[in-house]
Design a protein around this ligand. Structure first.
Ligand code: OFO
Length: 162
């Protein structure tokens, strides 16, 4: 059985993952609105992945005898000045999520909840990838900046995400 404190924090993490999904879907819509269709596809996939993260927490909480309690998802930002700015914020958001995962791990360690630590390890590894991928795209966009040809090349590359 999971502790009440961890149950509360895992419920908050479900909300944070759902918000991540909502934020990336909003970035997808923004990308589509400026004809960056590859980026729109990339963000849609990312939004889908975040839903999967939320469901991982959902199922885990149930498995451990906790109760899933859903709360309101905050409205995401809708406009960015450039695609570069959107990816910069995606990277910053991932760093914020890493901080949340680390706090969850701190709690699991403090409570000597070994099962929760093992579960959270997947997210610790996943965050390394999430930060690396958003940072790499942000860096590329920063490099091409006002060069339209470069921007289209990055967009085409983003459309390859399987
Ligand atoms: Fe982007 O990793 Fe979940 O939130």
């Amino acid at each position: 059985m999971i502790s009440e404190k961890l149950e509360k924090e895992l419920n908050e993490q479900i909300n944070a993952e759902l918000f991540s999904s909502y934020l990336y879907l909003s970035m997808a819509a923004y990308s589509g609105s400026i004809n960056m269709d590859g980026a729109a596809k990339w963000f849609q996939k990312q939004a889908q992945e975040e839903l999967e993260h939320a469901m991982k927490f959902y199922h885990y909480l149930e498995e451990r005898g906790g109760r899933v309690l859903l709360t309101a998802i905050k409205e995401p930002k809708k406009e960015w000045k450039t695609l570069e700015e959107a990816f910069k914020e995606a990277y910053e958001h991932e760093k914020y999520i890493t901080g949340r995962i680390n706090k969850l791990m701190d709690l699991a360690v403090a409570e000597k909840d070994y099962a929760a630590q093992s579960f959270l390890n997947w997210f610790v590894d996943e965050q390394v990838e999430e930060e690396a991928s958003t940072l790499a795209i942000y860096e590329k966009l920063k490099m091409v900046r006002d060069y339209k040809g470069g921007l289209f090349m990055v967009d085409r590359e983003l459309s390859q995400r399987g």
